[in-house]
Design a protein around this ligand. Structure first.
Ligand code: NAD
Length: 246
């Protein structure tokens, strides 16, 4: 059997970290060589463990620094932590350029969510009036979600139009604008990660909805990322870069 991929999970005590630890342990072609969390020095742990790929599910405050550490230590990265700014993504793209293995940053590892965004892009060409509602558990630190911003960006690249509200006394009630598209964020107990994209046109609406029922839904995407970064160079942004060739 081919050598196993040596994987370090950073943020291993967190909800996504625990799920990643479980998934890597169960994957026949991978070996979990280290679990790190807030008290560890990531660069040391990478060197000591001999990890080939680091999976990072930590917090928006430290994810950029973790990404830099991953690039500087020369290993592959699979980063699911959300909250990167466009400037940080640009900086990482420059730092990773031409470097092997690659660094994957994916705001959403659920394959169904990636397909939802792909469908939305196609629909928006024909139904340009659209709003996004994203719903998450109340412990989520960022709002709107990285997925909602990414969806808005993809839709805006087609012909999305913004409906100018009439008679709205509270503009905030119409959501915040991202790439010109209203995004509404709901945070409630009982929710995990959900998103509806509602397209409206003369006499009809079309809603595309994705629901993450539990955190295991992200793991096929994480494992795919671990396998793929070893064969890729530079920054790869979004799981769609691995799934869709269009
Ligand atoms: N991309 C995706 O598909 C996806 C899916 C779900 C969640 N997320 C994101 O993943 C991140 C983690 O989510 P979660 O629900 O597991 O959060 P969590 O709070 O349960 O876990 C975060 C973990 O990171 C640890 N941590 C904090 N600072 C650290 C540091 N400097 N170094 C190492 N570890 C550190 C914490 O101690 C904790 O164990 C969030 O940004 C969330 O939005 C992404």
């Amino acid at each position: 059997m081919a050598d196993k991929i040596l994987v370090l999970v950073n943020g291993a005590r967190g909800k996504m970290g625990k799920e990643s630890v479980r998934a890597v342990r169960e994957a026949e072609d991978m070996e979990l060589v280290a679990e790190t969390d807030v008290e560890d020095v990531l660069a040391d742990a990478i060197r000591d463990s001999g990890a080939q790929v680091v999976v990072d599910f930590t917090t928006p405050h430290c994810a950029f620094q973790n990404a830099l550490t991953i690039v500087e230590t020369g290993v592959g990265g699979v980063i699911g932590t959300t909250g990167f700014t466009p400037d940080q993504i640009d900086e990482l793209e420059i730092k990773c350029a031409g470097k092997h293995p690659g660094l994957l940053i994916a705001p959403n590892f659920a394959i169904g969510a990636v397909l939802m965004m792909h469908c939305a892009r196609i629909i928006a060409r024909h139904m340009p009036d659209v709003e996004i509602i994203e719903l998450h558990h109340p412990a989520k630190l960022d709002a709107p979600s990285g997925t909602a911003i990414k969806t808005a960006e993809l839709i805006a690249q087609s012909q999305a139009r913004t409906i100018v509200p009439r008679g709205t006394s509270e503009p905030a009630a119409r959501g915040d604008r991202f790439h010109g598209i209203p995004v509404h964020s709901v945070r409630l107990p009982g929710l995990l990660a959900h998103q509806s994209i509602i397209f409206g046109a003369e006499g009809q609406t079309l809603t595309v909805r994705h629901d993450s029922i539990n955190r295991s839904c992200f793991m096929p995407g994480v494992l795919l990322g671990i396998r793929e970064v070893l064969h890729r160079k530079g920054l790869i942004y979004g799981l769609e870069s691995l799934l869709l060739t269009e």
